[in-house]
Design a protein around this ligand. Structure first.
Ligand SMILES: Cc1ncc(C[n+]2csc(CCOP(=O)(O)OP(=O)(O)O)c2C)c(N)n1
Ligand SMILES: CC(=O)[C@@H](O)[C@H](O)COP(=O)(O)O
Ligand SMILES: [Mg+2]
Length: 685
């Protein structure tokens, strides 16, 4: 079957709603059955108007969903969800599905804390079988479900038995560039007795036009549907290509595929951004996803401030001009990761490999072996997929590959799957790997250059989805550790170790702690993993260490430092602050950080609590403390302009830090000859 794409009548503003909107009559997918052709056409227009109005107001995946309006209506007419299983790959195109399954009212709080998720969500609806957002998974889910339903006698066999279920994964052409999709396809195609209806939503783009042989092949099928094609060669029935904006034709194709009783692929052609002129004309990505934008022009409402992504893009471009051996690798996200300028200036040195993070990493090991220095630019959450390649193909081979992880830490509206909170944990176990977290734009520039200078190990730079704040100058740098704050005239009560952008929170906390009379030192190790050995020396000099990082606290910089301190027989307690080992919901970045106990007040409270709970030494009882040689060494190197050197603020004999409560008075100290010794002092009341 072949249909011709209708020309789109696009608008640049929400359409006026008719007096008796069809959409209001559609409370669930079952209400679609009774609609005639004119009503279905009106419904599609109303849904488009709804999407433009709502998504422009709150932000979200606009162009993506405008492209699947008719396809989603056809899917819900051809199949009986949730009895039949609709699986939206990546899940960013599920807005129309949400509208048709009774969730339209939630769009005012789309992607907000407690609001409607931007992706399928099982807690929202029985119509959502999976809650994905990482691409290329739907065919594997479909394969597993088909096997389960077959064993349970529930899988459709094409006979039309209403008790049996169809499984219908909907996957984009971009997602088809991911290796996992082909692993799923291989299994589906090899099981002639497990009919699954694969819907390939081909709009020719991921963000940018889809790359590689698959894209070429799909383009060939668009031009000449009767051409030899690999889907039938693999064993799948092929239906299409069909105009995905023609509801009747698409529904008919879906029904035909379902009746075959064997695995089939329906090739549906759609236009990303369909019906909204600013999106249809947007060369970059057809307004794939937007912030809050004008519903008429598509222009951002607030002029965006310079983001970490932009700072990185500028620096990367400058490095590209300095070093002809530096190349960049992106997994279908050249513009979102900030490589636009680099790509414009050095097009031959940017490789878009498709949505293929594993391949991005492994092929970068090849680029390094070939004498280049690759910089792999991905969102933090998507690196999870390529962990094995980081370990085996980069680290084991001592390949000089730099990873730049955008969207590290709390991201915000995309919710649980998109927070880049696992990178430090998984990378902390990779031998030889160095991980840096810049606290400000100047450090990003500096660390990126340090990273690309390493040619015998993986290096990683992580930064968040946020506005890049002002530079925070250090008072001094000691053995690679930046000393950001040292309370003048106060004892060495607490060492706060700030990872990357948590520096500003820690500095605000230090000022508050100063008001409480607590002697605080704030340092930024810049390279947060592996642990800089100097940190354990600094830890030794303080009564308490508090580490702060915007990644999961159970394994990262803090736990590594605690372990290093224990290995060095330091008795200074280490309190680790970071994100809980939980899936964090959507919301504003600051809101989520506060909710996770990562605010200024939380740092202050942790310090106060730690000092109250930890060991206290009245120094007259332990005169050896003052003889520890490193103290004077620290004093030599650590003088901070405008503040006292660290040795000057070490407590003189006979003094104690003024904290309000009675505390434990036994501790182990290291003496000048390196012995660990238990020291007792009399309680202070
Ligand atoms: C593993 C992974 N890498 C990157 C992304 C980011 N991403 C989201 S949508 C998208 C493009 C998807 O293209 P396609 O599957 O064709 O869907 P379309 O947006 O065109 O409907 C990308 C790269 C992702 N979600 N998952
Ligand atoms: C679906 C997906 O993974 C991307 O579209 C992602 O939502 C983009 O996130 P940003 O908006 O942070 O670029
Ligand atoms: Mg696509």
């Amino acid at each position: 079957m072949r249909t011709t794409a209708k020309s789109s009548s696009s608008s640049s503003a929400p359409r006026r709603q008719p007096a008796d909107p069809v959409l209001e009559r559609v409370k669930g997918p079952e209400d679609l059955a009774g609609l005639d052709t004119a009503e279905l056409t009106a419904l599609a227009a109303e849904i488009r108007g709804f999407l433009i109005e709502k998504v422009c107001a709150v932000g979200g995946h606009l162009g993506v969903n405008l492209g699947v309006v008719e396809l989603t209506i056809a899917l819900h007419r051809a199949f009986r969800s949730p009895h039949d299983v609709l699986l939206f790959d990546t899940g960013h195109q599920s807005y129309v599905h949400k509208i048709l399954t009774g969730r339209g009212a939630g769009f005012d709080v789309l992607r907000r804390n407690g609001g409607l998720s931007g992706y399928p969500s099982r807690s929202e609806s029985a119509h959502d079988w999976i809650e994905n957002s990482h691409a290329s998974t739907a065919l594997s889910y479909a394969d597993g479900l088909a096997k389960a339903f077959q064993l349970r006698g529930e899988l459709s066999d094409g006979s039309g038995d209403p008790a049996r279920r169809h499984i219908v994964p909907v996957i984009g052409d971009g997602a088809m560039t991911g290796g996992l999709a082909w692993e799923g396809l291989n299994n589906l195609a090899g099981a002639a007795d497990r009919p699954v209806v694969i819907v390939l939503n081909d709009n020719g783009r991921a963000y940018a036009p889809t790359i590689g042989g698959i894209a070429t092949h799909l383009g060939g099928l668009r031009a000449e549907p009767r051409a030899q094609h690999l889907f039938t060669d693999l064993g799948l029935a092929y239906v299409g290509p069909v105009d995905g904006h023609d509801i009747a034709a698409t529904e008919q194709a879906l029904r035909a595929a379902a009746a075959l009783g064997k695995p089939a692929l329906v090739h549906v052609l759609t236009t990303k951004g369909r019906g909204f002129e600013p999106a249809e004309c947007d060369e970059a990505d057809r307004m794939h996803a937007v912030g809050v934008v004008d519903p008429h022009t598509g222009a951002p409402i607030k002029p965006p401030k310079k983001s970490w992504t932009e700072v990185f893009g500028e620096q990367m471009s400058a490095i590209g001009a300095e070093r002809s051996d530096v190349v960049c690798v992106s997994a279908a996200m050249v513009l979102p990761v900030g490589l636009g300028e680099f790509a414009r200036r050095f097009p031959e040195r940017v490789f878009d490999v498709g949505i293929a993070e594993q391949h991005a990493v492994c092929s970068s090991a090849g680029l390094a072996a070939g004498g280049l220095h690759p910089v792999v630019c991905v969102y933090s959450t998507f690196l999870n997929r390529a962990f094995d390649q980081v370990v085996m193909d980069v680290a084991l081979h001592k390949a000089g590959v730099t990873f730049v992880l955008d969207r590290a830490g709390v991201t915000g509206p995309d919710g649980a799957s998109h927070h880049g909170m696992w990178d430090s944990a998984i990378l902390s176990v990779v031998p030889g790997l160095r991980l840096a977290a810049p606290r400000d734009p100047a450090r990003l520039a500096e660390l990126l250059r340090e990273a690309v200078a390493v040619d015998d190990a993986p290096t990683v730079i992580r930064f968040p989805k946020a506005v890049a704040g002002p530079d925070i100058e250090a008072h001094t740098r000691m053995n690679g550790v930046d000393i950001l704050y040292r309370a003048a005239g106060r004892p060495l009560d607490v060492l706060i170790v700030a990872a990357g952008v948590t520096a500003s929170t820690c500095l605000a906390a230090a000022e508050e702690l100063d008001r409480l009379g607590i002697g605080t030192t704030v340092v930024d190790p810049r390279w947060i993993l592996p642990v800089n050995p100097h940190l354990t020396h600094l830890a030794d000099r303080h009564r308490l260490v508090v580490t702060v990082e915007d990644s999961v606290r159970s394994a990262g910089m803090g736990t590594a430092l605690a372990q290093a301190c224990a290995d060095a027989e330091s008795t200074t307690p280490v309190r680790v602050m970071g994100l809980p080992q939980e899936f964090l919901a959507a919301g504003g970045r600051e809101e989520i950080l506060e909710g996770a106990g990562m605010g200024v007040g939380d740092v202050v409270a942790t310090v106060v609590d730690g000092l109250q709970a930890g060991p206290r030494i009245a120094l007259e009882a332990v005169p050896e403390l003052l003889e520890i040689p490193e103290v004077s060494q620290v004093a030599e190197t650590a003088q901070i302009p405008g503040t006292a050197p660290i040795s000057d603020v070490t407590q003189p004999p006979g003094t104690t830090t003024q904290l309000p409560e009675t505390t434990q008075l036994i501790t182990t100290v290291r003496t000048t000859n390196g012995e660990a010794r238990q020291a007792r002092s009399s309680p202070r009341h």
